[in-house]
Design a binder for this molecule. Structure first.
Ligand code: HEM
Length: 348
């Protein structure tokens, strides 16, 4: 009689968990057919990009020194001397750029399809807080380089924080480690960029995805929401392939144009023109057009409205159920942001 092959239970004996149940919970989901369209995959790509940022960030941290002026020298060493340093820095930089781009696309898609409405309000709130974290990570990361541009971006950023009514001076002092920028500031920027913000993002992503899974993906009016396909491997691998293609693209761009550094910061010389990263252009232009207090108060209020939007929208629709105000409001907001961004881009 043929002998049955003996099942290998080495791991199961030592970790007596319900592995099949865990696998089914994590991967055994089905997705509605409309999720096959690429703009519905904009939630998975930020997830992969965040993973890429963590891995490359850890590699950069092996050689980065969070203390001026060594900070600049260490970034220069990573870029010019350490094997594959420029590549790791390039992937980190491009992953950050594309995290912002794909998050903007993701916000557009959940807004246009109305996927933020009841009962998914907290899925949106967690996502909106993630966007705020992504912007904070971008600001702190840019400042870590200690180049002339990034130093003055840190000065402008902390001055803006200082102008927020009530909490501003406290937050700015906490960020700077005193009334002026100094070595303490870079210790704090590094702690925020490499530990506090990523840990916060891991927690927010976990709650965000648990909520997405618990509610299931929102139905889309007009689509056949009954037809489904497998999350794993179909949806997961599609997103993983898109991510691989992006990584390949980042590598090519990094080879053609390695990440720049610019001259080292000189705190005594105010540059003629400072520019933040492109996704802050709209705010920067707005600040140039308005007195500082108004300029800061408006984006802070808008950010609060953005985070709480599903509740505000629900409140408005309860009172005016027939008004279709969202497309007009969305167009006005998008147009304003685009005009301010282009204006700042073309100005010296
Ligand atoms: C690192 C940041 C983020 C990650 C990794 C992420 C990931 C995801 C994933 C994987 C989904 C499943 C459906 C899909 O792929 O579209 C999803 C759905 C959703 N996300 Fe995000 N997201 C992030 C940020 C955001 C932001 C900034 C918002 C809005 C402010 C948001 C709001 C939502 C909503 C409302 C849904 C439910 C959509 C539905 O059920 O159809 N997310 N997110």
């Amino acid at each position: 009689m043929a002998q049955q092959p003996r099942e290998n239970t080495w791991w199961r004996d030592r970790f007596p968990l319900n592995w099949q149940g865990i696998k089914d919970t994590l991967l055994g989901e089905t997705m509605p057919q409309h999720m096959r369209k690429w703009w519905f995959a904009t939630g998975g790509i930020p997830f992969f990009l965040f993973f890429s940022l963590v891995v490359t960030g850890i590699l950069l941290a092996f050689n980065y020194v969070p203390e001026p002026p060594e900070a600049y020298e260490s970034v220069s060493r990573i870029t010019n001397e350490i094997p594959f340093g420029a590549w790791v820095r390039g992937i980190h930089k491009w992953s950050a750029e594309f995290l912002v781009i794909t998050l903007i696309l993701h916000v557009l898609r959940v807004t246009i399809t109305g996927a933020f409405k009841k009962p998914r309000e907290f899925t949106w709130v967690m996502g909106a807080l993630l966007l705020v974290c992504a912007f904070m990570a971008a600001f702190t990361g840019y400042s870590l380089v200690y180049s002339h541009q990034s130093y003055w971006a840190a000065v402008v950023g902390t001055n803006i924080a200082q102008s927020v009514p009530l909490v501003g001076p406290f937050v700015a002092n906490l960020l700077r480690g005193g009334p002026e920028l100094g070595p303490e500031t870079w210790h704090r920027l590094f702690a925020l960029h490499a530990a506090i913000i990523p840990i916060l993002m891991v927690l927010l992503i976990t709650v965000h995805l648990v909520l997405v899974r618990s509610h299931g993906v929102a139905d889309v009016p007009g689509a056949n929401n009954e037809r489904t396909y497998r999350f794993y491997p179909d949806h997961f691998l599609t997103e993983a392939i898109i991510f691989m293609v992006l990584l390949f693209g980042f590598t090519i761009v990094t080879i053609i144009s390695p990440p720049a550094l610019g001259p080292m910061a000189d705190p005594l010389v105010t540059p003629l023109h400072t520019k933040p990263e492109w996704y802050f252009y709209w705010m920067y232009r707005w600040l140039k057009l308005t007195p500082l207090a108004v300029g800061v108060l408006v984006p802070v209020t808008l950010a609060a409205i953005f985070v709480l939007w599903p509740f505000i929208d629900g409140w408005i629709r309860k009172r005016a159920p027939k008004t279709e105000y969202q497309p007009i409001l969305g167009a006005v907001v998008a147009l304003t942001l685009i005009v301010l961004t282009i204006w700042e881009t073309i100005s010296p």
